[in-house]
Write a protein that binds this ligand. Structure first.
Ligand SMILES: Nc1nc2c(ncn2[C@@H]2O[C@H](COP(=O)(O)OP(=O)(O)OP(=O)(O)O)[C@@H](O)[C@H]2O)c(=O)[nH]1
Length: 481
């Protein structure tokens, strides 16, 4: 579980401060929960357990018996001062501790190492761990509430009340308490009103629950909440979900959302149930739409892995993108498109003699040298291994040949360094050029690449470290370089 907001009041070194703070937080939230209590000593919300479980998860160093004991003491002392003191208080508060300890330990044991991107998995875990914690603590709590001489037929309703409260408060609060982080105001994106649509959707659907009523109306905010999940960061979604869930519980408890009777609109239970089911049915659809969008994004991203990770020059797909988008803007009508295919000579020997890491260093330096020689106007890409391609627009074939020869010479003269070693390499180049008439630059490039490949082969066969091309009188130009 990510530890994004440190609870500044806790630190592994300050044990006394930790003890005092644990005591104070327990007392404060006990007071808060007690203030919200309704009938039968059960509360509508009992935030204390979720808050303390989150404190223990976010500060793993607090997970020691002494701090658990302090929590328990604070609860019992609060009871002693405000209501009653005795075995019933001891058992009921023990049930609180059961929830806190079980949920905290399970989350620490199974979720601590996962990063926050595993939200879906963590959310499931929070759900199940709260379920386990709520069942066990409610068993104890409802027994404690009943007392020895009570009517045991009351046990089930008491357990149901206790359980539903513990479980719902835990599931609603824990995600927010665990994911919350301070907003980074400096990095906030610009505000657009459209960003509020999902939140407005939640508000409108809660209002619809009040107006329409019935059991199904409780599901009305679900699609808008999923919309929030897609549009907002996790902590914000968790906060909105917490507020919406809390609001719904308050509305039902106060009969503002009536789930048993018809409301101002003439509705029956079936109407509400159908609406609720339809609302829920659309949620998987929303999720699937978002998953589809993510998949398309991933596909697009992998297609547009525009740069080679090792050398920083274009990858093959990046080069194609550039030939489609940027190169046509720079290529003037009548200019030549020159394509050079380059292959480092005997590169395998570098790997064999100095290791693969040295090979990587040489590839990186080679690519940098290539970019320098080609300049801003030309495109450089790594096709794979030690094979590179250069595409540039020139005013004549001679100019293309001169660039190729300049590259060849600069590589030959460069001292490549790896650790204490100084290495010299050479490169073989195949060159092809044409004036693209009706063809697109990309089509012309593909045709030239095949031709350049043939001349590269010729360069290799003729002894390497040379430029081969059919275009011009190479000796004349070489002499002029
Ligand atoms: N270090 C490193 N080596 C690579 C990389 N990609 C391919 N190679 C190596 O490049 C070498 C290419 O060897 P060959 O295709 O035999 O060519 P060569 O030794 O350059 O010989 P010629 O091309 O005939 O002059 C192989 O040893 C590959 O393992 C890489 O990313 N890093």
């Amino acid at each position: 579980m990510s530890n994004q907001i440190e609870f500044v009041c806790f630190s592994p070194e300050k044990r006394l401060a930790n003890a005092i703070n644990i005591f104070v937080i327990t007392t404060l939230f006990y007071f808060f929960g007690a203030s919200l209590r309704l009938i039968d000593e059960l509360s509508l919300f009992w935030p204390l357990n979720a808050v303390l479980a989150a404190v223990f998860v976010r500060n793993p160093f607090l997970n020691r018996p002494v701090y658990y004991f302090l929590c328990y003491s604070a609860m019992v002392i609060y009871d002693a001062f405000t209501t009653h003191w005795g075995w019933q208080s001891a058992i009921i508060n023990l049930s609180n501790m059961v929830f806190i300890i079980i949920v905290a330990l399970l989350l620490l044991r199974y979720s601590r190492d996962e990063n926050e991107n595993n939200w879906a998995i963590n959310a499931f875990k929070i759900f199940y761990f709260c379920l386990i914690g709520a069942v066990l603590s409610s068993l104890l709590g409802s027994l404690g509430s009943l007392g020895p001489s009570s009517d045991y037929r009351q046990f089930l309703p008491l357990f149901a009340d206790w359980f539903s409260e513990q479980f719902s408060t835990g599931v609603l609060m824990m995600p927010f308490l665990l994911m919350a982080k301070w907003p980074q105001w400096g990095k906030m994106p610009a505000f657009h009103f459209s960003k509020l649509y999902p939140l407005l959707g939640v508000i409108i659907s809660v209002i619809a629950s009040v107006v329409i009523g019935g059991a199904g109306s409780l599901a009305f905010p679900l699609p808008a909440l999923i919309w929030c999940a897609i549009r907002y960061p996790l902590p914000i979604t968790a906060l909105i979900t917490l507020l919406t869930g809390g609001m719904e519980i308050v509305l039902v408890a106060n009969s503002i959302v009536v789930i048993h009777h018809s409301q101002p609109l003439v509705v029956n239970e079936m109407f509400s149930a159908r609406l609720g089911i339809a609302t829920m049915a659309i949620c998987p659809l929303i999720v699937s739409v978002s998953v589809d969008a993510i998949n398309r994004l991933i596909k697009q991203t992998s297609l547009r892995a525009d740069y080679d990770y090792l050398t920083g020059v274009h990858s093959r797909s990046g080069l194609y993108e550039a030939l489609k988008i940027t190169a046509p803007l720079m290529h003037k009508p009548g200019q030549k498109l020159c394509v050079m295919l380059l292959d480092i000579d005997y590169f395998k020997r570098i790997n064999d003699n100095y290791g693969h890491e040295c090979g990587d260093v040489v590839l990186r330096a080679f690519a940098a040298q290539l970019r320098k020689a080609v300049g801003e106007e030309g495109l450089v890409a790594r096709l794979g291994g030690e094979e590179f391609v250069v595409a540039c627009s020139t005013n004549s074939e001679d100019e293309g040949y001169k660039i190729a020869e300049k590259i060849r010479q600069s590589i030959e003269l460069t001292a490549f360094r790896y650790q204490q070693q100084t290495l010299f390499i050479t490169v073989s180049i195949g060159l092809a050029a044409t004036t693209p008439e009706k063809q697109s630059l990309l089509d012309a490039f593909n045709a030239l690449l095949a031709e350049a490949d043939k001349y590269l082969y010729l360069s290799k066969r003729s002894g390497r470290n040379q430029v081969s091309t059919s275009l011009i009188n190479q000796e004349d130009i070489a002499a002029s370089v």
